[in-house]
Ligand binder design. Structure first.
Ligand SMILES: Cc1cc2nc3c(=O)[nH]c(=O)nc-3n(C[C@H](O)[C@H](O)[C@H](O)COP(=O)(O)OP(=O)(O)OC[C@H]3O[C@@H](n4cnc5c(N)ncnc54)[C@H](O)[C@@H]3O)c2cc1C
Ligand code: SF4
Length: 552
């Protein structure tokens, strides 16, 4: 019988982190096997069917079960909870494409703000300057459109964006008007969406349904549209979809042998590889490491420190719903066209530390079901009959203003294995324990007031805050899930306080790497994915250099 192939690298997960690793390692000539639990979608899966995509989640993730609770001992809710997608290309396939660089101080939160009770603040093991050229590479590959120097509060950049900014829409003009009246500096949100034909992909059609939808024409930069096609063209990639990895077996020398996975029908397979890159996302990666127990690693792989799964963070989103007397056209364009960053800098005098960026968005105002179920529900008055019809008539006149606000990490906010609930393969499902730190609540309340001021200055005839279901937080209401997930396999220099080192290589298992959102020690006050992509380019460069020196 022929011996099974031993791949140079096995990459688990094909999203933001995994997609970049697959692309860069195959380009360097390595033979890569990529295992992805979700199916391979095609452009025809990406239509504007709101019922199928958003309400029923059928494109997002057809096979997802997990539990969530607010603290140890509290009852857990069960279902498809987290806002992640399982498919070739990962969650980022359906992203809205806001593409920020974190600010320099966001890599040094502990040094800048000092320790905070109940929080596990940390500095990153490297700084903004180390990531600048990788940010630039990610912006170039994914075709980010924007104006280089338009945000006066951003970190220094050597070059502008590869694409010019997009045309604006009416809601963005009104937001900018209000922001300017208050002395703020509005600017176009940098978006990984083509504003002109670029990278062999066409320009955006401004169809409105962009967040939660894959792009039907590849105008949106994603691993699905950029990295994976490029890697497949090298002939070095063996990509296996619907391959659900459940164990990373360890050899007698303490190195990983490869990965074991279930195919769609539940049959077990094993691949062999010299290096293993786990890029299964901030819930999938700790889940897989914790499932991989052995006599050498009884508490899960790379978990001698007990850090796997801890410091789980989202963002929180102070928001308000603003109605104007005119049509604001939220049903055109993409999720957000304008932002301000004037409120972002950390200032303990406000009663909290850290902050976030603030923007106009069409998240719930671009399609009728989202509007009817969320926005109309957030407006005062009865939810039925003539009053409901009157609310629904506000659809073309409504815009949401919201912040992308940094959450403080806490050690007990975590992902672990549910002791009771099993999935269809009989594996314990991920259990999330997640509550807000008091700093989040203080920040949320402060930003909410500021957003109302901007909406009023913009000329809104009605402004409502504090009522968006699933977004609103207070002492008794904690977000059960978020599209932004980070922090569960923290990177750091100290093996006692982190899971991977500065190069995202395990402190304990020499041929194990974790390269996705889970390694972010803190989460910044911006959408996180450009940082996840840039970090992956940085790790890939190091990985390739180490391979050349034969020191992997
Ligand atoms: C609707 C939506 C809109 C968003 N918009 C933005 C935005 O505008 N800007 C921004 O910065 N971010 C945005 N995000 C967040 C962004 O998508 C994530 O930050 C990013 O995808 C995280 O990258 P990752 O590599 O950590 O994980 P993912 O991209 O989620 O990739 C993980 C992959 O691993 C696979 N996997 C998991 N477990 C296993 C297993 N056991 N075996 C095999 N494969 C496995 C998953 O199926 C998935 O494909 C959005 C997210 C959503 C859902
Ligand atoms: S709005 Fe643009 S980027 Fe978004 S799905 Fe439509 S064409 Fe693609």
């Amino acid at each position: 019988m022929a011996k099974p192939e031993v791949f140079d690298v096995c990459v688990i997960g094909t999203g933001a982190g995994g997609g970049v690793m697959i692309d860069q390692l195959t380009a360097a000539g390595m033979r890569v096997v990529a295992l992805e639990r979700g199916p391979r979608l095609s452009l025809t899966d990406f239509d504007d069917d709101e019922l199928r995509n958003v309400i029923r989640d059928q494109v997002f993730s057809r096979d997802q079960l997990e539990t969530v609770r607010t603290e140890p001992g509290a009852p857990a809710q069960q279902g498809r909870i987290s806002q992640i997608a399982h498919c070739v290309g990962g969650s980022i396939t359906h992203w809205a494409a806001w593409s920020w660089r974190f600010r320099p101080d966001e890599f040094r939160v502990l040094s800048v703000d000092g320790p905070v009770a109940g929080a596990s603040l940390a500095d990153w093991p490297y700084g903004y300057d180390d990531l600048e050229r990788f940010y630039e590479r990610a912006e170039r590959d994914f075709g980010v459109a924007g104006v280089g120097d338009a945000n006066p509060f951003a970190g220094p950049r050597k070059n502008g964006f590869p694409n010019p900014p997009h045309p604006t829409r009416r809601s963005a003009e009104l937001f900018a008007r209000g922001a300017k009246k208050l002395g703020y500096t509005p600017f176009p949100v940098p978006m990984a969406i083509n504003s002109q034909p670029y990278g062999g992909r066409p320009a955006c059609m401004y169809g409105g349904a962009c967040r939660s939808y894959g792009c039907p024409i590849h105008a949106k930069g994603t691993p699905f549209s950029v990295s994976i096609p490029r890697a497949e063209a090298t002939g070095k990639l063996d990509l296996r979809a619907e391959a659900r990895v459940f164990e990373l077996p360890v050899g007698e020398d303490g190195r990983l042998l490869g990965a074991r996975y279930f195919d769609r029908d539940g049959n077990t397979h094993e691949v062999r590889a010299r290096q293993v890159v786990v890029a299964a996302g901030s819930i999938g990666s700790p889940h897989l490491l914790l499932l991989s127990t052995s006599s050498r690693f009884p508490d899960g792989l790379a978990n001698g420190s007990g850090q796997v799964g801890r410091h789980f963070t989202f963002h929180h989103h102070p928001s308000c719903v603003a109605l104007f007397d005119e049509d604001v056209r939220g049903y055109t364009g993409f999720e957000s066209h304008a932002a301000i960053d004037d409120l972002h800098a950390s200032d303990p005098k406000r009663g909290f530390i850290r902050g976030g960026v603030v923007a106009e968005l069409n998240t719930f105002t671009h399609q009728p079901l989202a509007y009817g179920t969320l926005v109309a529900d957030a407006l005062p008055g009865p939810r039925w009959g003539a009053a409901l019809k009157q609310k629904l008539r506000g659809f073309p006149r409504t815009v949401v203003l919201a912040g992308i606000c940094e959450e403080l990490p806490m050690p007990d906010n975590r992902v672990d294995l549910d002791p009771e609930v099993k999935d269809r393969f009989g594996l314990p499902v991920p259990r999330m324990t997640k509550r807000q730190h008091p700093n989040d609540l203080a920040m949320y309340r402060w930003y909410e007031k500021k957003l109302v001021e901007v909406a009023e200055a913009a000329g809104a005839s009605e402004v409502h805050s504090g009522r968006l279901h699933g977004v609103h937080i207070d002492e008794n209401t904690h977000q059960p899930s978020n599209a932004h997930n980070h922090g569960t396999c923290r990177m750091g220099d100290d093996p006692k306080g982190s899971v991977v080192d500065a190069w995202c290589r395990s402190h304990e298992v020499p041929n194990l790497w974790v390269v996705d959102g889970s390694v972010l020690p803190t989460n910044g006050g911006y959408n996180p994915t450009l940082t996840i992509l840039a970090n992956a380019y940085r790790v890939a460069d190091h990985f390739i250099a180490e391979a050349k020196r034969q020191s992997l």
